[in-house]
Design a protein. Structure first.
Length: 256
């Protein structure tokens, strides 16, 4: 759990008090820090914060940033599945490189000293800068309902068994979400994506398979092939997370 001051230290771009001077006069500036303060007042706390590294003096210190939050007042459910609780992911910029976006997702609690995020983008909201407060209230009102709907899916997926062939086909389809041209699509890569990193993920149900593939796609895999590096780009992470959740939903419908 991060204090607002800790978030400020990790992503100072979120607390800029004015937009980039290059934006037009029509740009309606929204300080991410103000939104975070509103969320903190409602019980939400940041657990991760990221922004691209500034590589040169020409890079804008007011650029894109993303903050992941959870509400500790909402007790995790489905302990047998690792414990899941709703999350909010805020993405914004102060130089017009990103809209203000909030994604509702799930956080899976694996153990007392580790967190593993899953399904971060199953429902996204793009905000108009001239009605942030109104849109924020609507999202907060719907977070718990959206989380309950998602956890119902999780429970269903956990009871959905998959054959080895089906798990391979799922992972093969998932890897194409990251490499649309399929240039890394080999049997070795797909097998690596299916390798669990902990005992709790060794199941062959859809929920376990989804989590294993999601983590490996996001953090990278290696083997007797060209190494697959960790995915760090904010836009690609969001896009991949959303598409992978939709893929799992499609497989859930297909297998039930």
């Amino acid at each position: 759990m991060l204090s607002l001051e800790s978030v400020r230290e990790k992503v100072p771009s979120a607390f800029q008090t004015s937009p980039d001077p290059k934006v037009s006069e029509r740009y309606n500036f929204v300080n991410t820090g103000d939104i975070l303060e509103k969320l903190y007042n409602r019980g939400w706390r940041a657990i991760a914060a990221n922004a691209p590294t500034l590589r040169s003096a020409v890079d804008s210190p007011k650029g894109k940033h993303t903050i992941l939050l959870r509400n500790y007042d909402l007790s995790p459910s489905h302990e047998s599945l690792g414990g899941v609780t709703p999350t909010i992911r805020v993405t914004n910029s102060h130089n017009w490189t990103s809209k203000f976006i909030m994604d509702v997702g799930l956080l899976r609690l694996l153990c007392s000293n580790g967190l593993y995020t899953a399904g971060l983008s199953f429902q996204g909201y793009e905000f108009r800068h001239d009605r942030i407060n109104e849109d924020l209230e609507k999202v907060l009102e719907g977070v718990q309902g959206a989380g309950e709907e998602a956890t119902a899916l999780v429970e269903k997926w956990a009871g959905t068994g998959m054959t080895p062939e089906q798990r391979f086909d799922f992972a093969n389809a998932a890897q194409r979400l990251r490499w649309e041209d399929g240039h890394k699509s080999t049997e070795q890569v797909v097998d690596a994506l299916l390798q669990p990193r902990r005992v709790g993920d060794m199941g062959t149900d859809l929920w376990s398979t989804y989590n294993v593939v999601e983590e490996n796609l996001r953090t990278g895999v290696s083997g007797d092939f060209r190494k697959v590096s960790e995915l760090k780009n904010i836009d690609r992470l969001r896009d991949q997370g959303s598409k992978l959740w939709d893929l799992a939903r499609e497989w859930g419908d297909r297998l039930n």
